[in-house]
Ligand binder design. Sequence first.
Ligand code: HEC
Length: 178
Amino acid sequence: MFRSARIAALMVAFASSIGAQAPATGAAPTTVAAAPSTAIKPVQRADSAPQGTLKNPYSDTDKAIVDSGAKLFSGASCGGCHGGTGGGGICPPLANGVWIYGGDDDTLFRLVTYGTQTLQSKGYTRKAFENVVAPMPAMGEVVGTDDDLWRIITFVRSLYHGPAECKLGCPPPSGEER
Ligand code: HEC
């Protein structure tokens, strides 16, 4: 109870800070590196790509990308909930082998962009439970561009310390088709 009350309070505080920072002009407050000219808003990207087709163009062995993703992660206040290195804090950890809706690039991009409520309205269901069960706010307007979000996801990938086979989502139990 105490925990979810804290998360709720944080989300309210968060929502008001988003309102203050991001006027309707859609300015991107957190861009640290020049985004490619093809970059568009995360919501536009997610809305225009068929489900399952979004793919991270970056590798988490690319240190420059990971470093820029780390800056964007803290700039977008992800760490306020998930801890500065994705270990959990008051919200689910990002670095373990448990993926609530799936750990593939496409699902993570959409979860961060849309938040829990909209993601679920698009037919995604909870497959796994973490230590905290609470909705994630939509961050698509806080993260400036799809390119920024891929950098953030690359940083999250770099933090991973769960079982190797679960890095991009755990394989289904043997004998089942995916
Ligand atoms: C207000 C708190 C809050 C903020 C800010 C927040 N998240 Fe979350 N996040 C959550 C909660 C709560 C969940 C669990 C959602 C659910 O169970 O539906 C979650 C889930 C996730 C997951 C899936 C974890 C898993 O184990 O499957 C990822 C990835 C994630 N968040 C990334 C981010 C990123 C990147 C940012 C910053 C752009 C961010 N979050 C900002 C609260 C937050």
